[in-house]
Design a protein around this ligand. Structure first.
Ligand code: GMT
Length: 377
């Protein structure tokens, strides 16, 4: 049996799908007996209760008076090196190229002895940041200097090759959900708080950034609700929220739309829905569509980025070109009006989530990558 590893993990601990995936992966690796050291500026928000084998090392930024901008990246790199030496880590796994993969590269120089790093690309680190010429060379360096690089969809691998001019191997490692957490929850009483028994529930969950096209969500809902009695639940918050609230008022939809704000227990909330709307402009994977799928909720969305690798058009949801609100509304209406079809989609969702994106399978893939870079295959 291969020896248990000591793994350092760095991610954005307070927001986004990349932080969720990194944290869940750390928890699952710890369950397998590996020792996990999170090196982040605050405790990862999905870490939850006490876990044996999980340690947290806080990155504190030195606010020395000559610094106009306190150098977080340098503090992180130093902390990575310090923890790696002190705890005798086998490797560092960083999520998101900027600045984490760059810091890992710096840390590696400080640690020496052929120390290994693994980088996982999540999407915007390439699709947004690598568009910036001032960052492109830095991202390329960080990727090329990692001992293994993984990406959350084939689409992201293709974009990375194209945008950053990378030829090195990149492992495709899809995102996953923990099947013990993500399953259809009993949502009868919660649902009754928001919708009448004869009404359908559409849901959107995001960080309300422009890339999510939440305005399309409202346009789709307006069209659907003319055909099917329905409510829209909006979960999350972000820069577009007040614009969306205003749009809903202007369209006279206030009594049919509920804002739930940020929610911790996504599986419970999502189980209320009949459909998830995800019309994003860009989405390297679309973790929320997987969270929905695992709870038996089909997605109607755009065919942007990696979404088609996750949502099977005509089986676990329907996908249309970005901005095609008419098409998305038509598919949503068709599905909501046909209870038998909706039920078959629900079943297909549960089957696909359990078989293709299950925590056991993906955790093993990451574990194999760790052993490979350490020459322990
Ligand atoms: O835009 C977001 O939703 C946040 C962002 C992040 O960095 O956490 O999400 C990216 O990583 C997620 C986890 O791998 C993917 O599911 C999202 O598709 C990806 N977002 C984009 O590509 C826009």
């Amino acid at each position: 049996m291969a020896r248990k590893l000591k793994i350092g993990i760095t991610c954005y601990p307070t927001l986004g799908g990349s932080g969720v995936v990194a944290t869940e992966l750390g928890k699952l690796m710890a369950e397998r007996g590996h020792e996990i050291h999170f090196i982040t500026h605050s405790i990862p928000f999905r870490l939850g209760k006490f876990h044996k084998n999980i340690f947290f090392h806080e990155v504190e930024v030195n606010d020395y008076y000559v610094f106009r901008y306190p150098p977080y990246d340098l503090s992180l790199a130093s902390k990575m090196a310090q923890v790696a030496k002190m705890e005798k880590l086998d490797l560092l796994h960083v999520h998101y190229a900027i600045p984490h993969a760059v810091c890992a590269h710096l840390a590696k120089q400080m640690i020496g002895d052929g120390f290994k790093t693994v980088t996982t690309l999540h999407g915007t680190d390439i699709t947004v940041l690598a568009q910036d010429e001032s960052l492109k060379d830095l991202i390329r360096l960080a990727i090329n200097e990692s001992d293994a690089v993984t990406a959350v969809s084939q689409d992201l691998i293709n974009e990375t090759r194209q945008l950053v001019d990378i030829t090195r191997p990149i492992d495709l490692t899809y995102n996953f959900v923990d099947k013990r957490v993500y399953y259809p929850r009993d949502a009868v009483s919660l649902r009754a708080d928001y919708a009448e028994p004869h009404e359908k529930v559409l849901m959107h969950i995001s960080n309300f950034r422009p890339v999510k096209r939440v305005s399309d969500v409202v346009d789709i809902f307006e069209r659907v609700s003319k055909q099917v009695p329905a409510k829209l639940l909006l979960v999350g918050e972000g820069p577009e929220l007040s614009k969306i609230q205003c749009k809903i008022r202007q369209m006279g939809l206030e009594d049919r739309v509920h804002f739930l704000g940020k929610q911790e227990d996504v599986a419970q909330v999502i189980s209320v829905a009949d459909l998830l709307l995800l019309p994003s402009e860009k989405e390297s994977f679309g973790l929320v569509a997987l969270e929905a799928m695992a709870c038996g909720v089909p997605t109607i969305g755009s065919n942007a980025g990696g979404i088609p690798e996750l949502v099977t058009h005509g089986e676990t949801g329907y996908l249309c070109p970005i901005g095609d609100v008419e098409g998305m509304a038509a598919y949503a209406t068709q599905l909501l009006k046909d209870e038998k079809l909706l039920e078959s989609f629900r079943e297909a969702c549960l089957f696909r989530a359990r078989n293709e994106f299950c925590n056991d399978v993906i955790t093993t893939q990451y574990e194999q990558i760790y052993y490979r870079v350490l020459g322990m295959e």
